[in-house]
Design a protein around this ligand. Structure first.
Ligand code: FES
Ligand SMILES: [Fe+2]
Length: 390
C-alpha cells in the first residue's frame, strides 16, 4: 500500500488482509490530502468511474459539467442522441468551457475568446483569430483542435468514464456485476428525483457509511422496525463491485409498506429471480458508484469527490413502470424520496466527525476495526482499495 500518506505499509497491508474479525482498517492518513492527490491518478484516471446519469442530459444539446477528484468532465447529449464526455477545457488557453448545467444548446462557446465547438467536440469557429474580420488563421488546423474526448460507456442509465483511456474494456470489467443482475428486468426505469447532498468528508468515508447497516438502528431509527435483519449475503464481484444484500424485513419503512408508506402500491420490478427478487441490494461499484435496488425503486447513486474532505453524494432515484410519472403514485414516491433525503442528512454530521478524527487518530496510535457480522462489505471495500492503489 505504498502511498504518500502511509509510507510504511507492508504491515498495514498485512493487517488489512486478516479475516474481518481480526483485520485493522486503513490508517487515517488515507483520508487526507496526500492520498487524495495519489487517487486523482491511480484511482480516478485509471478506472471506470460513474460521473452522471443519462437523465441529467435528456435532450440533444443538454450539458452537465462534472468535477471528480480534480478532473473536469463535460457530459453532453449530441444531436444524434448519444451521450459523450469531453475534458471541459478550451483548446485555446485552457479556460473551463461550461460552468453550469445547460439545456438544448447548439454549440459550446468559450467564455473567454469565443472559440466555438459543436456537440461532437469539433472546433467550428475561432472568431477574429487573425484580425478584426479574419476568423481563420493558416497556422491553425481546426480539425486538430477539437475538444478532447474521454472514453465513456453506459450501463442502466449510468454514464461511466475512463479518463486515461487505458482501463480494461468496459464490458469485461462490468461482466461480474452485469451478470449478477442478468435475471432482473431493469429496463423500464423512469427517473424520479435527484438528491445531491454535500458531505464535509472524504469520499471513502461516505462509501463506507453507505455500505453497512450496522449504524442504522442507532443513527436512522426511523427505518428500523426492530425485526431481525439476518440472512445476509456478501459477494465481491471481480474488481468491479462489492455486493451486500439482505432480506428487507428490517427496513420495511423504506418503500416497503411500513409506516412511512402504508399499503405501498408503487410498481415493482417486472422480472426478478424468485429467490432474489424480494431482497434489497446495496452494491458499491468500485470506487464511487452506489447502486441500490429495491423491489419498487432503484438508486443510481455515485460520489463526486471535490477535495480530500469534500464530497457530493448524488442520488438519482428511479421507479418502475409509471411509478415516476403517474399522479396516482405521487404520495408514495415522495415518501420514498423524503426517506432517502432524511437518511442523507442524518449521515452528514457522522462523516464530518470521523473526517476530523482521521487527522489525529494515527498520531494517537488508534487503529480501526470491523464488525464481522455487519461490516464485511466495508472490509471488502478497503481491500479492493488497497489493491487498486498498488
Ligand atoms: S481560452 Fe477559450 S477561447 Fe480563449
Ligand atoms: Fe447512514
Amino acid at each position: 500500500m505504498a502511498s504518500p500518506a502511509a509510507p510504511s505499509d507492508r504491515s498495514d497491508r498485512d493487517a488489512l488482509a486478516r479475516p474481518t474479525a481480526q483485520a485493522i482498517g486503513l490508517p487515517g492518513g488515507f483520508y487526507g490530502p496526500a492520498s487524495f492527490e495519489m487517487e486523482h491518478e491511480r484511482i480516478f484516471a485509471r478506472r471506470w468511474v460513474p460521473v452522471a446519469v443519462g437523465a441529467e442530459v435528456p435532450e440533444p444539446g443538454d450539458m452537465k459539467p462534472v468535477e471528480i477528484a480534480g478532473w473536469h468532465v463535460l457530459v453532453l447529449r449530441t444531436r444524434e442522441g448519444r451521450v459523450k464526455c469531453f475534458h471541459n477545457i478550451c483548446r485555446h488557453r485552457g479556460m473551463k468551457l461550461v460552468a453550469e448545467p445547460c439545456r438544448r444548446k447548439r454549440a459550446i462557446q468559450c467564455p473567454w475568446h469565443s472559440w466555438t465547438y459543436d456537440l461532437d467536440g469539433a472546433l467550428s469557429a475561432t472568431p477574429m483569430i487573425a484580425g478584426d474580420d479574419a476568423h481563420r488563421h493558416e497556422a491553425f488546423d481546426n480539425s486538430a483542435l477539437g475538444l478532447v474526448e474521454i472514453p465513456s460507456a453506459r450501463w442502466l442509465d449510468y454514464v461511466f468514464v475512463n479518463i486515461d483511456g487505458r482501463a480494461r474494456p468496459f464490458e469485461d470489467w462490468l461482466a461480474p456485476l452485469a451478470g449478477f443482475f442478468a435475471g432482473f428486468d431493469l429496463s423500464g426505469l423512469g427517473h424520479g428525483t435527484t438528491i445531491d447532498t454535500p458531505f464535509e468528508g472524504n469520499w471513502k468515508f461516505v462509501v463506507e457509511g453507505a455500505m453497512e447497516n450496522y449504524h442504522v438502528p442507532f443513527c436512522h431509527p426511523q427505518l428500523s422496525t426492530g425485526e431481525k435483519q439476518g440472512d445476509w449475503r456478501h459477494e465481491v464481484l471481480g474488481d468491479c463491485a462489492i455486493s451486500m444484500h439482505y432480506a428487507p424485513e428490517a427496513f420495511r419503512k423504506l418503500g416497503e409498506g411500513g409506516s412511512v408508506v402504508r399499503q405501498n402500491s408503487l410498481p415493482r420490478c417486472p422480472r426478478s429471480p424468485p429467490d432474489l427478487g424480494g431482497r434489497q441490494y446495496l452494491i458499491t461499484i468500485f470506487p464511487t458508484g452506489i447502486l441500490f435496488i429495491n423491489a419498487n425503486h432503484v438508486g443510481l447513486n455515485f460520489l463526486l469527490p471535490h477535495g480530500h474532505d469534500r464530497t457530493r453524494y448524488v442520488r438519482h432515484l428511479y421507479l418502475f413502470g409509471d411509478g415516476a410519472t403517474s399522479p396516482v403514485h405521487r404520495e408514495q414516491r415522495e415518501a420514498v424520496f423524503d426517506s432517502w433525503r432524511t437518511i442523507g442528512e442524518q449521515d452528514i454530521a457522522l462523516v464530518r466527525n470521523v473526517q476530523e478524527m482521521a487527522r489525529v487518530r494515527d498520531a494517537a496510535g488508534i487503529r480501526t476495526r470491523f464488525s464481522p457480522y455487519w461490516e464485511r462489505s466495508v472490509h471488502n471495500f478497503q481491500k479492493l482499495y488497497a489493491g487498486a492503489i498498488g
